[in-house]
Design a protein. Structure first.
Lengths: 319, 629
């Protein structure tokens, strides 16, 4: 089962929220129980009547002091609890804003229906782009800059932090940190059209050295074809339709309409988490993406079997 | 039955008579039946969605249809069921409760109904033609803008808003005017039944909230039809502007669905506790403060957007605070029952469910009011659970209670108590089975508005359970239809006041005659039917001296309901219907071409002119009456 759980925090942001959650749940549960007990007592103690029972108008003549006291006390108690919860919420807000200076800046752009992930660096030659899967070093605050290319999306990895919307024309930021190594799944949380359901994101929280190794590999251009078949696959990719939308660094394909495939084979999933990245799924995806993600922007590619094999061999080698 | 009055106030029979009807009871019943029809239709859409989600990777319904289904479900439930059904209850009951012969502006009231009906049919016909809106009931831009929803789907949504909001605004004006000016003499504001207070507050909320969404949706249509750029960030527009305008309406909307629910509670509980309600002034103040506060919460729908944190804190505090007036009312009802003699019939059972379902929904509301918690829970199934607990627990359960309660007044017959209990328990259990698991699904990370989910997410079993609950709810609604249909023909005959209630609608026959009251009553207490005792009154107990052969009624003052003057009400007329048809043509035409606004206005202007064309004979008659009553 993939980790996409609000109540299994793996970082300080999600932990602060989880702590507030349990405080709120306990208070609410007590209030709920108290209301039901009061209702049950009222039902038990009051005698039964029927439409012919003459209405009891005694309350019009004399004030109901004990009822007034009970109602005022209950309202006062509820108000006090609400003030407490409000203050607790503000305190949590403050804690969420107190994560240290970021060690890493990542710019995420929401597209229909995939995530573009750009690792930024003061040195432009060290920036790199990937898609739908991101790695972060454990124990370090990460600043995520959020942009949208088309419609509104929402970035949400519940094990790590709350969500934040990606709104065209209004850039936002989010700070998060993972304390436990692991893979955390996120999913677009703002309805963004036909394939909103299949717009997932994996966050790999790696120990720092492992993260450094991954980043170093990602910065390199794509591996050169190692066989004749892969060579032919690259030709098909670069000279065919693929290069109209996709990029592979180190080749002449550099469009940004669709995920960057430079290190495609090192990813676990395909099509924004829709299916595992296996050769069978990849073949199905290339031939008819709409059977996996109906309505997706990628067109079907009726390649003949040899060309498909060559393309699969090339893409499968892009580690 | 007074044959002269009946002749004066009755709608004509026959085909044209039906189209020309203006009696508020006829119009009110039409609202209720139409809204119930849309409730069932939108419920069927929900059932289809539940079937699709019953298991992971299901392929029963594809994403394109699923998105139309959930959009139409939400849109129809909010705009075509929840708001109009409450207005229908008000249109039927408010004139009876305030002791009036008629509702104010009866022709306009009929016009509003036709506009509502045509707007609703427009939405469902569009869905059947595969041009149902698919951008969500909130229709966020840029998704609903010209670039990302080409075709007419988003226009259908935006124009349906124009229909229903126009009708809603008119109905609100009608209710306000009736409550303010047509109350029985002696019914001061301090004696106004709580039901009427709640409907008055609701009507004012509608008046202030609905223009925001009409403005927003008109700007959306302009963006789509004539290429303005209100919401296009690339041209200096703002995508977030839509959210502010929509939720400035959208949050109060939740409360003008909920406050009528409170109205039903405050009517049913005293009657079945056999005592006047405890804390009348506190409840009135709670209703009004809820209305004010509800306009200060809209940003809690937008906590995940990039707006200043300090501003969000204000909306957290306001959202928490609105729980207080509701808590006050809950405690007042508990105090009423505590010292009452309880009669646990079906209407009361539905009211008691409120204490379980609405309170739970209110408490989860406190959770999502907090910014940090909302950042996790927002747009997950937790919120789907929360909103259904609030809206179904706060409005639909009391509404079913209200239908059992007022059914004898509307039809003259009681509903079956046995079937009623079966329906209640099926609904109560089915509701919790369907919606409680969604809290856990949300905590497990399941977002809203997804047409499917992967098997390895582990959301399958709870979704299946939820679907089973939906089946129980469907069975319960079916049972209600059976009960209503059977009771209407063969139910036990109801007397004037079958529940021994205290408000004025029970002072006339069941069903009431066209003229409501043979002699409009004079009111001296909050529960006029319970409190006739005391010193012999100085003034008469009934209004006398109104003309019987013309539609004459008494107008009273706003605060103290002192008799002010006599007013002659209009006759039934076909022109409200014709005007509504013409306006419908204009509205629908204008999603295709802006010229429809120009040319479509001509028949509308003609119809409206004929509607208001003065008749010499009637004017002379009114003048004569004024000189010599």
């Amino acid at each position: 089962m993939r980790a996409q759980d609000i109540l299994a925090p793996a970082g300080p942001q999600a932990q602060h929220i989880e702590a507030l959650w349990w405080v709120t749940v306990v208070i609410c549960a007590v209030v709920f129980a108290a209301v039901l007990v009061a209702l049950a007592l009222a039902l038990i103690r009051s005698p039964r009547g029927n439409p012919a029972t003459p209405p009891d108008l005694s309350s019009l003549a004399r004030p109901e002091r004990s009822a007034a006291f009970a109602v005022v006390a209950a309202v006062a108690l509820c108000s006090a609890l609400l003030v407490f919860l409000t203050v607790a919420s503000f305190a949590t807000d403050r804690r969420l804003a107190s994560l240290g200076p970021p060690a890493l800046e990542i710019e995420i752009t929401g597209h229909r229906w995939w995530w573009e992930v750009r690792y930024q660096d003061a040195d432009p030659s060290r920036t790199f782009t990937t898609a739908n899967e991101m790695h972060i070093p454990v124990g370090k605050p990460v600043l995520v800059k959020l942009k949208a290319d088309d419609v509104i999306h929402s970035f949400w990895v519940p094990n790590l932090s709350g969500k934040k919307d990606l709104i065209p024309g209004r850039d936002a930021t989010l700070t998060l940190q993972a304390d436990k190594p692991g893979v955390y799944r996120g999913q677009c949380a703002e309805f963004c059209g036909v394939q909103h359901a299949k717009m997932a994101l994996l966050v790999f929280a790696d120990p720092p050295e492992q993260y450094q190794a991954w980043a170093a590999a990602e910065r390199k251009p794509a591996l050169q074809p190692a066989s004749e078949e892969q060579e032919r696959g690259r030709e098909i990719f670069v000279n065919g339709r693929c290069a109209m939308c996709h990029a592979i660094q180190g080749t002449s394909a550099n469009a940004r309409k669709a995920p960057d495939l430079t290190h495609f084979a090192s990813r676990e999933t395909l099509a924004a988490g829709a299916v595992p990245n296996t050769i069978g799924h990849l073949a199905g995806w290339i031939l008819d993406p709409h059977s996996i993600k109906p309505g997706v922007n990628m067109p079907g590619n009726p390649l003949d079997p040899d060309d498909l094999q060559a393309l699969l061999a090339y893409l499968g080698g892009l580690r | 039955m007074n044959p002269v009055l009946d002749q004066t106030w009755r709608d004509a029979r026959g085909f044209f008579g039906t189209l020309a009807a203006i009696d508020h009871k006829t119009i009110g019943k039409r609202y209720l039946v139409t809204a119930f029809g849309f409730f069932v239709a939108a419920g069927i859409l929900a059932a289809l969605m539940r079937l699709q989600l019953a298991r992971p990777e299901n392929t029963l319904i594809g994403p394109d249809l699923y998105n139309q289904l959930f959009t139409t479900h939400g849109t129809a439930m909010m705009f075509l069921f929840a708001v109009p059904v409450m207005q229908g209850m008000a249109i039927y009951l408010v004139p009876l409760m305030v002791g009036a012969r008629s509702i104010a502006f009866p022709r306009m009231n009929a016009f509003a109904y036709w506009i509502y009906l045509f707007g609703g049919l427009f939405l469902f016909i569009a869905l059947l033609l595969d041009i149902g809106p698919d951008a969500g009931w909130f229709s966020y831009v840029p998704l609903a803008g010209p670039q990302y929803t080409p075709g007419k789907r988003a226009d259908v949504w935006a124009q349906m808003i124009t229909f229903t909001e126009l009708s809603g605004l008119i109905a609100a004006i009608v209710v306000i005017a009736t409550v303010f000016k047509l109350r029985a003499p002696g019914m001061t504001l301090a004696r106004l039944p709580l039901f009427v207070w709640a409907m008055l507050v609701t009507a004012f909320m509608i008046l202030f909230a609905m223009p925001a969404v009409m403005l927003a949706s008109t700007a959306l249509i302009l963006d789509r039809l004539v290429s303005t750029h209100f919401y296009n960030p690339a041209e200096g527009g703002d995508a977030l502007l839509w959210q502010h305008l929509f939720w400035f309406f959208g949050h109060p909307e939740v409360y003008f669905i909920f406050i009528p629910g409170l109205a039903f509670m405050s009517s049913i509980i005293p009657t079945f506790s056999r005592r006047p309600i405890y804390g009348y002034p506190a409840i009135v103040l709670s209703l009004t403060s809820t209305a004010f506060l509800s306009f200060g919460l809209w940003v809690h729908h937008m906590f995940a957007t990039h707006i200043p944190e300090l501003g969000k804190s204000f909306f957290t505090a306001a959202s928490m605070m609105i729980a207080i007036p509701t808590a006050i009312q809950i405690f007042c009802w508990l105090a009423t029952m505590w010292s009452g003699r309880l009669d646990l019939r079906t209407p009361m059972l539905f009211s008691l469910a409120f204490f379980f379902i609405l309170v739970l929904g209110g408490l989860t509301g406190i959770m999502v009011a907090s910014v940090p918690l909302d950042l996790q829970l927002h747009d997950t199934y937790f919120v789907v659970a929360h909103l259904h607990y609030v809206l179904i627990g706060g409005a639909v359960f009391p509404l079913f209670g209200a239908w059992y309660y007022w059914f004898p007044k509307l039809t003259g017959r009681l509903m079956s108590e046995r079937l009623g209990r079966w329906q209640f328990w099926l609904f109560f259990i089915g509701f919790n089975v369907a919606f409680y698991p969604m809290h856990h699904l949300g905590l497990q990370g399941m977002p809203r508005r997804v047409y499917t989910y992967a098997d390895d997410m582990g959301w399958g079993p709870l979704n299946l359970l939820s679907t089973l609950g939906a089946v129980m709810i469907a069975a319960s609604v079916l049972l209600f239809i059976v009960n209503a249909a059977r009771s209407r023909r063969g139910g036990m005959l109801a007397a004037e006041n079958p529940w021994g209630a205290g408000t004025l609608e029970w002072a006339t026959a069941s069903p009431p005659p066209a003229y409501n009251f043979e002699r409009p009553p004079v009111v001296r207490a909050r529960d006029p039917l319970w409190e006739p005792i005391g010193e012999p009154p100085a003034e008469p107990a009934q209004v006398v001296g109104l003309a019987e052969r013309t539609r004459e009624a008494l107008v009273t003052t706003v605060l103290d309901a002192m008799p002010s003057h006599r007013l002659v009400f209009p006759q039934p007329s076909i022109w409200p219907f014709v005007s509504a048809v013409m306006l419908t043509a204009l509205f629908i035409g204008s999603i295709f071409t802006p010229w429809a606004v120009v040319w479509g206005a001509v028949p509308v202007a003609i119809a409206v002119t004929l509607w208001f064309w003065p008749k010499r004979g009637e004017t002379l008659e009114h003048l004569a009456l004024e000189k010599r009553p």
